[in-house]
Design a protein around this ligand. Structure first.
Ligand SMILES: NC(=O)c1ccc[n+]([C@@H]2O[C@H](COP(=O)([O-])OP(=O)(O)OC[C@H]3O[C@@H](n4cnc5c(N)ncnc54)[C@H](O)[C@@H]3O)[C@@H](O)[C@H]2O)c1
Length: 248
């Protein structure tokens, strides 16, 4: 059991990568807060894990909601060791000029401002406990941007820079901050990244991934497990590309 005794929060834990991470962490002995905007989805995942998981409905873009996530972890399980900023949002694949202002604001609120809220509410808990881990889910889109997802790509670039900056600033507190950059995966968001989900479009996506397949929630969860475990004790500020070679 690589996470026994640990308490983890997974935002966006009701679906896709977040669900995979919540399940994998529970298998390895963690108690898990499954936080999601979609209450039913969070409840489904937490119920299927059992009494070591708790569902919390929250919008990570809202400070009070983030505070409630952290309070739920401490209230239900007595501590907080790992915080995974996984919930994300994107505009649909298309010209940067076709994205309206409200959509732009929502992308940055969910993908970037949530990390601010996580720091404000979780770092004091980590400091009091003597350490902790924050794992931010970025994207290959923030490292090797391609056209038609411009505003989303920029938000994921911010995720990577924040990860590095938080890592150096929080290192004296023994708080490690790392990121994962997944390549496209078969989750709820994929259709928004692809535009038209045709066999030709899929072939185009696959052609850019040397290992020849999309990522899976299990791929992302295994990488998250390593980065959040004590085995990665000396790693901070790193971004692990889980991308079948896409960023090479
Ligand atoms: N799927 C991909 O191709 C891909 C590739 C690279 C990175 N990512 C990133 O992975 C992360 C997870 O996405 P996914 O692909 O598993 O998608 P998904 O749609 O399957 O899951 C996202 C979950 O986040 C929840 N959510 C959305 N906004 C929220 C908010 N404001 N507050 C709380 N919960 C919220 C949704 O309800 C959903 O359950 C995102 O940050 C995404 O940008 C995805």
């Amino acid at each position: 059991m690589r996470l026994s005794g640990k308490v983890a929060v997974v935002t966006g834990g009701g679906s896709g990568f977040g669900e995979g991470i919540a399940r994998r962490f529970a298998e390895e002995g963690a108690r898990v807060i499954v936080a999601d905007l979609d209450e039913a989805a969070a409840g489904r995942v937490a119920d299927s894990i059992g009494e070591t998981a708790l569902a919390v409905r929250a919008d990570v873009a809202v400070g009070e909601d983030y505070e409630a996530i952290v309070s739920a972890a401490v209230g239900a399980f007595g501590r907080l060791d790992i915080l995974i900023n996984n919930a994300g949002y994107t505009h649909r694949y298309g010209s940067m000029l076709d994205v309206d202002e409200a959509t732009f604001d929502r992308i940055y609120a969910v993908n970037v401002k949530s990390i601010y809220h996580s720091a404000i509410h979780a770092v004091p808990v980590f400091r009091a406990q003597g350490g902790g881990v924050i794992l931010n889910i970025g994207s290959t889109a923030g490292i090797r941007p391609r056209p038609n997802l411009t505003w989303y790509n920029g938000s994921k670039g911010a995720v990577l820079t924040l990860t590095q900056s938080m890592a150096v600033e929080l290192a004296p507190d023994k708080v490690r901050v790392c990121a994962i950059a997944p390549v496209a995966g078969e989750t709820g968001m994929l259709h928004r990244f692809m535009g038209n989900d045709t066999p030709e479009r899929r072939a185009q996506f696959l052609a850019s991934i040397p290992l020849g397949r999309l990522s899976t929630p299990r791929d992302i969860a295994n990488a998250a497990l390593y980065l959040c475990s004590d085995e990665a004790d000396f790693l901070t500020g790193v971004c692990l590309e889980v991308d079948g070679g896409r960023c090479v």
